[in-house]
Unconditional design. Structure first.
Length: 228
């Protein structure tokens, strides 16, 4: 009769490997998974999955919402952030180059809770009338180029706005006077940043949009590539 291989004999930990597999699965489903769904996708018994999820939740590597669905938790995000360059550190020189190239204010926008928050700002070196954004500025997510594009940086989510799906398909968005009278917004998602983020341009010059589009897209690609 063949005896099962133990963790000691195999030189590894089956429990750890299962836990990591569950954590990786959660990372592929930002909308979260129930215990039953994790069990189905991993082929593990539901009682085993329950114990693994409880441990992941207890240590912060997973988090459980009010409906009982599990998502990747803050401990896992911190671990991932420590292994990659900081988004803001990478973005800052790229945004400054873009601001100089197009002679307009450029910012990095990140989704934080229910707001689009400005986390990096780059101003052009020339003087003159222009729209400016302060660090920490909070805008709604349902309007304004930055918030819409940042949401589009992630995979499609149930119940998301059709506008976000359109931005994701197109790769950029242009808005006019949605947040400030006379302001034109042009933004592009930054995929793979670890957070929902976008490069955002705000200007009063509508003619800038056409000539700024390609530099904007190139800047978003440059940031994404540096974070890959």
């Amino acid at each position: 009769m063949t005896q099962p291989v133990t963790d000691a004999e195999s030189g590894g930990s089956q429990t750890l490997e299962r836990g990591l597999a569950v954590l990786a699965l959660l990372g592929e489903h930002p909308d979260g998974l129930s215990t039953a769904e994790v069990a189905t996708r991993t082929g593990l018994h539901r009682s085993i999955v329950h114990r693994l999820l409880v441990s992941l939740d207890r240590t912060g590597f997973a988090t459980r919402d009010a409906s009982g669905r599990f998502r990747v938790g803050p401990s896992a995000r911190s671990l991932a952030d420590g292994a990659r360059p900081s988004l803001r550190t990478v973005a800052e020189p790229v945004l400054h180059d873009l601001a100089v190239e197009i002679d307009a204010t450029v910012s990095l926008v990140e989704v934080m809770g229910d707001a689009a928050v400005t986390t990096v700002v780059a101003e052009p070196p020339t003087h003159g009338p222009r729209f400016s954004y302060r660090l920490g500025n909070r805008d709604p997510l349902d309007r304004g180029a930055g918030g819409l594009a940042a949401q589009a940086a992630g995979p499609a989510r149930g119940g998301e706005s059709p506008r976000v799906a359109e931005v994701r398909a197109r790769g950029h968005v242009v808005t006019v006077a949605e947040l400030n009278p006379g302001a034109v917004g042009l933004a592009a998602p930054v995929p793979g940043a670890g957070v929902l983020a976008a490069v955002n341009i705000v200007t009063a010059d509508e003619s800038l949009v056409e000539r700024a589009l390609e530099p904007l897209l190139a800047a978003a690609r440059r940031i994404a590539a540096a974070l890959a």
